[in-house]
Design a protein around this ligand. Structure first.
Ligand code: SF4
Ligand code: SF4
Ligand code: SF4
Ligand code: FES
Length: 905
């Protein structure tokens, strides 16, 4: 594929029907009201010259290059800021306009370094293009511009440079930071010829900048330029693919020279991101070719032996032989597998198929167990489908946004930018979180209510809100009567009206002032379209499923479900959590969430796979660990997941891994789990393979191979097919598209999905199921442990904006360690004083189960009595500290709160 350049129409599209007819250079065009003349011209193939305009930003009208003539009007108006009118006759090319444009370009060029031939952006620069387009032949003002040519470069950001000498002060970067990203890190300082772009604190690294790169993308010159473009050269070809970090599912153009990635550019037609991205997706891809990647298969008989490099044939035979030997000695159920939410749908599908069909049991589980299994359970119970209700666009019509236990600015930055845009447009905001997250107060945004609840009291708060809705009769009775089970509603309403659930009665437990909670409840119920967005602060609790049902109850009671602008929407962590759950990663469900005991469904799979399948649910991850320690579970296949670090109670997990007779790790790096492995099978990154991911808005999107597999690594689906075939259950797929064909034939929610159909912006699978929604009375139970004299603080683990999961990939991405070099624990100033802690000082975080060293950060954003521990980096075994308790229904661990103290070191 050649380098794809999307057609830039100059100004954003207007909503509404095309009703305004006009004529541009003799061509008829009909566009929606409010469309600019520039965009209308672009739509009939006439690109009016421009520098300050681009269709991702509102028109600004500063460069004066886009002048046009309009019949009956004097002068030459700027086409980017002039809206169309019915009957207009516009000319974009006349001798007068050409002369005017050349004059404008002369001014720009006189103050620009004339180093085009050696400039990193040569061939990829709009200024250069425009000089050609307007036919610039001479510069009457000379070339010795006095204004910017001696400016020093700002190289502080690890990913891009700012070369002020090339700046034409078009303000596109400033506007991108404001309008698209919502960070407001840049301004134009000074006036006239002295004006220049200025990051807040003098340089980019010291400013509020979060390295999203929107300004770099918007810049029409080489002023803001990726460092990889400077070092590797302008890219020559591009491949459209999907980000492998978070569940937003941003589309990217991987831009390459030969077999080398030069940069990742967010794709304008991406259904989830519409041309925006965060630092991780845009810049943190260096891990794919990191020198620590393992590039050959390795085996060893005991974990105390050194690794032995082998070829693929031997690795697969060795693994299959040992698995079969274990089954012969310990039974069919002594082995199992864990799927990864980072792998593609096709890869997850073949893992669970291998377990069910080749291993002959249902011992397959997923790492989603430790993030969003309560979402699957809670939403299935109440709404009938294990998925969030809305797409991202829905937030554009939301009037009241409720953010619970989520920090979208850090965990889902691209969606957070969209949320913030809507809030700046006037939507109300309710944040329910112990911490004052960035979205509570940021430039031009202030939450209407921040319910700063005590850790672990989500259910008490959601019940108190529901109590207000029922007690004050804010219920949408029409919606409830038509769309919900009436008996369930009546039982629930009677339950929740009891005085013990009132805000006043629960204030002592939740710490939320009753009046504030009542006001928030009224706003949610009566403020128009109200949407709930929630994250791991909801699900990673022992009452995770209960809370999901509580939020669903609230949405149903107020009629905030079933249309755009409303809903109950999980903000999922990993790129393919939704897809890996859809693909049958749970021990009790076939792909498509159908129980293994359902004879009709099982027979369908048996017929297709030519095997008889177990009708009993298999082991969940915690059961596998317990079985390993007890000696009944002997071998585990781990697909792209570092369970030794990411699962709670590390001692227990490691004891279980150490008890296994065979541990097979399929990954990119020798992670912690690989220390317990007997077989290491080197898989590939998202850039090296084909497949699909399903994002948190249920959008199935293509992942496309951009570069060849590095070294001797192989696409994970291929490894699994070979292993399954060796174990006597042939999988002869030649390419992932064939696996998708089988998925589409077996999984109703994926029916009709095929690769050609996913070409443009992917497809969202439908969550409508026709059944009436159900209310469930839910009871609050406190956290598993409570602070005491020895452990006086609540400790809440959290992630970092700049890093992902446990940091396996982001820590190996170029530059991220520089942006955020260490882990830390955030402590309230009073707690810090009490414990004698200093900002930046070394401390120990101690829980009843262990201790971990880190750095102290004193912060007014956290409430008194609560400390936040950033968990990202892999030397930091924060999981040593976690309590081993589970959500009774989904068996999700109590991740998000434990007790502890912080000591000075
Ligand atoms: S990288 Fe993003 S946050 Fe930083 S200045 Fe540019 S647009 Fe703003
Ligand atoms: S840095 Fe680029 S985008 Fe920003 S004002 Fe200068 S030329 Fe325009
Ligand atoms: S928001 Fe998520 S999907 Fe988008 S670029 Fe960032 S990490 Fe990737
Ligand atoms: S593009 Fe219209 S004024 Fe700059």
């Amino acid at each position: 594929m050649t380098l794809l350049r999307e057609h830039d129409l100059g100004t954003p599209a207007q909503k509404g029907p095309a009703t305004v007819d006009l004529e541009i250079d003799g061509l008829a065009v009909t566009v929606p009201e409010g469309t600019s003349v520039m965009r209308a011209a672009g739509l009939v193939g006439i690109d009016v010259p421009r520098l300050c305009a681009t269709d991702s930003l509102a028109a600004f009208g500063s460069c004066r290059l886009c002048l046009v003539e309009i019949n009956g009007r004097r002068g030459a108006p700027a086409s980017c800021t002039t809206p169309v009118e019915a009957g207009m006759k516009v000319s974009t090319q006349t001798p007068r306009l050409e002369k005017l444009r050349r004059g404008v370009m002369e001014l720009y060029i006189s103050d620009h370094p004339l180093d085009c031939l050696t400039c990193a952006a040569n061939g990829d620069c709009e200024l250069q293009d425009m000089a050609g387009v307007v036919g610039l032949r001479e510069v009457r003002y000379g070339y010795a511009g006095e204004n910017h040519l001696d400016t020093t470069k700002d190289e502080s950001n690890p990913y891009f440079t700012f070369d002020g000498s090339k700046c034409i002060v078009c303000s596109r970067c400033v506007r991108a930071c404001e309008e698209i990203q919502g960070t407001f890190a840049l301004t134009i300082a000074g006036r006239g010829f002295a004006s220049k772009v200025a990051p807040g604190a003098g340089n980019f690294l010291g400013s509020e900048c979060v390295s999203c790169g929107a300004c770099v993308q918007a810049c029409p010159t080489a002023t803001l330029e990726e460092k990889t473009v400077i070092s590797l050269g302008v890219p020559r070809r591009s491949v459209i693919t999907t980000c492998a970090y978070c569940g937003v599912g941003c589309s990217f153009k991987a831009e390459l020279r030969g077999d080398e990635v030069v940069r990742m550019v967010p794709y304008k037609d991406g259904g989830a991101n519409e041309g925006h991205s965060c630092v991780k997706g845009r810049f943190a891809w260096g891990y794919t070719t990191h020198k620590e990647r393992v590039l050959t298969p390795m085996v060893r008989d005991a974990i105390t032996d050194p690794w032995r490099v082998v070829d693929w044939e031997e690795a697969i035979s060795y693994t299959a032989g040992r698995l079969r030997s274990i089954q012969a000695r310990h039974g069919v159920g002594a082995i199992g597998g864990i799927t990864s939410s980072r792998c593609t749908n096709e890869e997850v599908f073949v893992v669970q198929k291998m377990v069910r069909a080749a291993f002959g049991n249902n011992n397959v589980d997923t790492c989603a167990r430790v993030c969003h299994s309560p979402t699957g359970f809670g939403l299935k119970q109440t709404f009938g489908t294990s998925a969030g209700t809305q797409d991202f666009k829905s937030v554009d019509t939301c009037d009241v946004m409720v953010v619970i236990g989520a920090n979208p600015t850090e965990a889902h930055p691209v969606f957070a930018s969209r949320m913030k845009r809507r809030i700046r447009q006037g939507a109300k905001l309710i944040v329910i979180d112990p911490r004052r997250t960035e979205i509570v107060r940021s430039p031009h945004i202030e939450a209407d209510h921040h319910l700063q609840l005590q850790p672990g009291t989500n259910v008490a708060v959601v019940n108190a809100i529901a109590h207000v809705v029922v007690a004050e009769d804010l219920v949408d009775h029409e919606f409830v009567a038509e769309r919900c089970e009436p008996d369930d509603f009546n039982k629930w309403a009677a339950f929740i009206s009891a005085p013990e659930y009132s805000p006043e009665a629960t204030e002592e437990i939740t710490g939320v002032p009753a009046a504030d909670l009542r006001a928030a409840a009224r706003l949610y119920a009566t403020g128009g379209n109200a949407a709930i967005y929630y994250g791991l602060g909801v699900t990673e609790h022992s009452q995770g499923s209960t809370m999901v049902m509580g939020m669903a109850n609230l949405a149903m009671a107020t009629g905030n479900i079933g249309r755009q602008g409303v809903g109950v929407n999980p903000l999922r962590g990993q790129n393919n959590v939704q897809g890996s759950c859809d693909m049958g990663s749970f021990p009790h469900e076939f792909p498509g969430y159908r129980h293994v005991s359902d004879d009709t469904v099982r027979h369908l799979f048996e017929e297709t796979w030519g095997r008889s399948l177990d009708s009993e649910p298999g082991l969940r991850i915690p059961n596998m660990f317990d079985g390993a320690i007890e000696g009944t579970f002997k071998a585990l296949y781990v697909q792209g997941e570092d369970i030794a670090q990411s699962d709670p109670n590390t001692h227990h997990v490691k004891a279980a891994l150490a008890s296994l007779e065979l541990c097979i790790v399929q990954d990119l790096f020798l992670n912690e789990t690989a220390k317990f492995a007997h077989v290491f099978l080197p898989g590939t990154s998202f850039l090296e393979k084909d497949g699909t991911f399903t994002s948190m808005e249920r959008r199935i999107q293509r992942v496309r191979k951009a570069i060849s597999p590095v070294g001797d690594s192989r696409p994970d689906w291929k490894i699994l097919c070979d292993l399954s075939t060796k174990m006597g259950c042939p999988m002869g797929y030649q390419k992932p598209a064939e696996i998708m064909e089988e998925i589409a034939s077996l999984v109703p929610i994926y029916a009709g999905v095929n690769y050609p159909g996913l070409e443009k912006e992917g497809i969202r699978w439908s969550s409508t199921n026709g059944r009436k929604r159900r209310f469930f009375p839910i009871e609050y139970k406190g956290p598993i442990e409570q602070p005491d004299d020895r452990y006086p603080l609540w400790i809440i683990p959290r992630g970092f904006h700049y890093h992902y999961g446990i940091g396996t990939t982001t820590k190996r991405a170029q530059g991220l360690a520089k942006v955020f070099p260490d882990s830390c624990v955030e402590v309230h100033p009073e707690d810090a004083t009490k414990a004698g802690l200093e900002d930046g000082g070394k401390v120990k975080v101690v829980s009843p189960r262990g201790e971990v060293e880190t750095i102290c950060k004193i912060s007014g954003a956290v409430p008194k009595g609560v400390a936040y521990f950033a968990t990202t980096f892999f030397p930091v075994f924060v999981n040593n500290l976690l309590v081993s308790g589970f959500d009774a229904t989904s068996q999700h661990p109590e991740y998000k709160v434990f007790i502890g103290r912080i000591e000075k070191r």
